[in-house]
Design a protein around this ligand. Structure first.
Ligand code: V47
Length: 368
C-alpha cells in the first residue's frame, strides 16, 4: 500500500515537473520518503533540463581561507571553532593572510577567494573591513566571497551598525559575494538542539535580503544529516525559495552533509550521511528550488566519485578546486583538500558532461 502511494505521488510529481509546475511541501516529503533513488535522479535531471539546463557542468578555481577559528558560539555540529584560550585557537593578521594568498596565487591562479571564520569576539568591524580591502588591493581581479550571514550579523553586534551598513562598508572595501553558511536548518526546534547560541534564522534571511538589494549576490546552504526531520528539510528549502522569489540574488544552493567527527554528535554515535541520502538531497533540492539556477555537488564533502554521480541527480556544479579546506576536515572529511583541474575535468567528462570553468558569477572562462 505504502509503495503504491509513493509510486502514485512520484507519478503526479513527474506530471508537474514536465509541465514546469511548482512543487509543494507534500511533493517534497513524498520525494524524500521515496527509496526509488534512480527515479528521483531521473526526475531531478528532467527538472533541470525542463528549466533550461544543458550538459554543462561548472567549476571555479578557488582558494579557501579561514582567518580565525576563534568563535563565541558553541555550535554542537562544529569541530573547527575554538575559544581564545584553547591551544588550537588562531587569528591570522591581515598582512600574513594577504602574503599567504599571494603565495598561493603564484601556484594556482585562482579567480575566487572563499573565506569563512569563527565569530571572533576579540576583533572589531575594522578587522574585517581592513582584511577585505587589503585582499582586494593585493588581488583586484580576484572575486572575494567572504563571511557568512552569521559573521555579518556578528559584525553588527561588534559595531552597532545595521546589516545594510556593514554590508555597504564591506562592499566598498571590495566584497563581491557572500558564502551560504550559517543557515544550518532554519526550524527553531533543530537550531535549539544543534546551535543554541546562534542568532535567530530571521537574521540569516535579513542579511541575504539586504545583500541582494545592494547588488551583492549570495549562496545558500543547508546542513543536513543530524537531528532534522524530512519536514524540516523541506521547510528549509521552501523558505529559501520564497526568499529567492523576493530578491533573486542566490547564485547557487549547496547541501552540506553533516560530518560528526570531533563533535558531541560523534560521542552520541552519529555517523556520516550515506551516499543514498546525499544523492536524495541533491535531487530534492533541484526539484524544489525551481528558481535557484545552480545546485552544487560539493566534492570536498561527498568525494569526487559521488559528486560525479550527483551530476545525474540535478547537480550542475562541483564547486571548485578548493585549496586547503578546514571546516569539513576538522570534522572528519577524508577527501583531498585540493582537486587538480585535470582531475575535475576527467570526472565531469566521464559522467558524460561538459566541464566549464567559470568565475564566481557563472561567466564562462574556459570550456574544457
Ligand atoms: O554554516 C560546519 C557547515 C558552514 C560542519 O557558499 C559543517 O559555496 C558539516 O559557509 N559538518 C560554513 N558541515 C561553510 C560555508 C560553505 C561551505 C561550502 C560552500 C559554501 C558556499 C559555503 O559549514 C556552516 C555549517 O553549515 N559546517 N561544521 C560539520 N561538522
Amino acid at each position: 500500500m505504502t509503495v503504491a502511494l509513493a509510486v502514485a505521488s512520484l507519478e503526479s510529481i513527474r506530471e508537474k515537473v514536465e509541465a514546469n509546475v511548482r512543487l509543494d511541501l507534500e511533493d517534497g516529503l513524498a520525494l524524500l520518503e521515496s527509496d526509488d533513488l534512480l527515479a528521483l535522479g531521473e526526475l531531478a535531471d528532467l527538472a533541470r533540463r525542463v528549466r533550461g539546463g544543458t550538459d554543462e557542468v561548472f567549476f571555479v578555481q578557488n582558494l579557501y581561507l579561514n582567518q580565525t577559528n576563534v568563535c563565541r558560539v558553541k555550535c554542537k555540529f562544529c569541530a573547527f571553532a575554538a575559544t581564545q584560550r584553547q591551544e588550537q585557537a588562531y587569528t591570522t593578521s591581515t598582512g600574513e593572510l594577504v602574503e599567504d594568498a599571494l603565495r598561493q596565487r603564484e601556484r594556482t591562479g585562482f579567480t575566487e577567494i572563499h573565506m569563512v571564520n569563527g565569530e571572533n569576539p576579540h576583533v572589531g568591524l575594522d578587522f574585517y573591513v581592513e582584511t577585505t580591502r587589503a585582499l582586494h588591493e593585493a588581488m583586484p581581479d580576484v572575486h572575494l566571497k567572504l563571511y557568512t550571514a552569521s559573521e555579518i550579523h556578528h559584525m553588527t553586534v561588534l559595531s552597532g551598525l545595521t546589516h545594510e551598513q556593514v554590508l555597504r562598508e564591506l562592499q566598498e572595501a571590495g566584497l563581491g559575494s557572500l558564502p551560504g553558511g550559517g543557515a544550518e536548518v532554519f526550524a527553531e526546534r533543530v537550531r535549539k538542539l544543534i546551535a543554541p547560541g546562534k542568532e535567530h534564522p530571521d537574521f540569516w534571511f535579513h542579511t541575504h535580503d539586504a545583500a541582494h538589494r545592494l547588488g551583492i549576490p549570495t549562496h545558500c546552504t543547508m546542513l543536513y544529516g543530524h537531528v532534522e526531520t524530512y519536514e524540516e528539510r523541506v521547510d528549509h528549502l521552501l523558505r529559501l525559495r520564497e526568499q529567492q522569489d523576493r530578491t533573486g540574488g542566490f547564485l547557487a544552493f549547496i547541501p552540506l552533509a553533516f560530518h560528526p567527527e570531533n563533535t558531541v554528535f560523534e560521542r552520541r554515535g552519529w555517523r556520516h550521511t550515506t551516499g543514498a541520502d546525499d544523492l536524495k538531497m541533491i535531487a530534492v533540492s533541484r526539484l524544489l528550488l525551481d528558481n535557484i539556477p545552480n545546485v552544487k555537488a560539493y566534492w570536498i564533502m561527498m568525494g569526487m566519485p559521488l559528486a560525479a554521480v550527483a551530476l545525474h541527480f540535478g547537480a550542475n556544479d562541483v564547486q571548485g578546486t578548493v585549496v586547503r579546506e578546514q571546516i569539513f576536515h576538522a570534522a572528519g572529511a577524508v577527501t583531498e583538500t585540493e582537486q587538480k583541474i585535470e582531475e575535475l575535468v576527467r570526472f565531469v567528462r566521464e559522467a558524460g558532461r561538459i566541464p566549464v570553468q567559470r568565475d564566481t558569477l557563472y561567466n564562462e572562462l574556459r570550456r574544457w
